[in-house]
Design a protein around this ligand. Structure first.
Ligand code: HEC
Length: 158
């Protein structure tokens, strides 16, 4: 499902494939390397690269299906995205140049972490809204998170 800004309001109306989406969330959950309050920081650059690439892919998978979710599933998806954004700076330790990460990250650390903070704030808003059953607020929070993907990749990913 391609998602653009105009579709934000429709996200929660799209229910088809919801069962498959929930199954995907559960499958992804078992692969999560970043659990709430339980991140073991990467101890080598190779480990940092592997962890952040896994987290990036998990976020992408979650965001593809998250708009279809409601109730507890929506809460769980928003919580995982929030955890991943909260821990994202730790997955880019100094000296972990490599993968597709550009040196610009460490040269412009404040700009890099400001984008992460925007995503973290969006995920937090999505979580709060999901907990309250506020579907429009949930969709808006997810839109904010999705806006950070391209914004960061453009500047900081080769
Ligand atoms: C703050 C910066 C930042 C944000 C925000 C961000 N990314 Fe990334 N992303 C990167 C960087 C840097 C890499 C390259 C990491 C590496 O190879 O070490 C990357 C890599 C990826 C990859 C490739 C992973 C792999 O296996 O090589 C995917 C997929 C991805 N991002 C998806 C997303 C999605 C989806 C979002 C939004 C929900 C997102 N990213 C948000 C910086 C970001």
């Amino acid at each position: 499902m391609a998602i653009d800004k105009n579709q934000g309001a429709q996200l929660n109306l799209i229910r088809k494939a919801q069962t498959a989406a929930i199954a995907a969330i559960l499958a992804v959950g078992t692969l999560a390397v970043v659990a709430q309050d339980a991140l073991t920081p990467p101890s080598t650059p190779e480990e940092a690269i592997a962890m952040r690439e896994t987290v990036m892919k998990q976020n992408g998978g979650l965001l593809r299906s998250a708009g279809n979710l409601t109730g507890d599933e929506a809460v769980a998806a928003a919580q995982t995205i929030l955890d991943n954004y909260t821990h994202m700076p730790e997955l880019f330790p100094e000296g972990s140049e490599g993968g597709d990460a550009l040196p610009a990250i460490w040269q412009n650390w404040e700009a890099f972490t400001a984008i992460i903070e925007t995503g973290r704030t969006g995920a937090e808003a999505a979580l709060t809204a999901a907990q309250a059953g506020d579907t429009a607020g949930y969709a808006a929070g997810l839109q904010t998170v999705m806006g950070t993907c391209g914004q960061c990749h453009q500047q900081f990913r080769s």
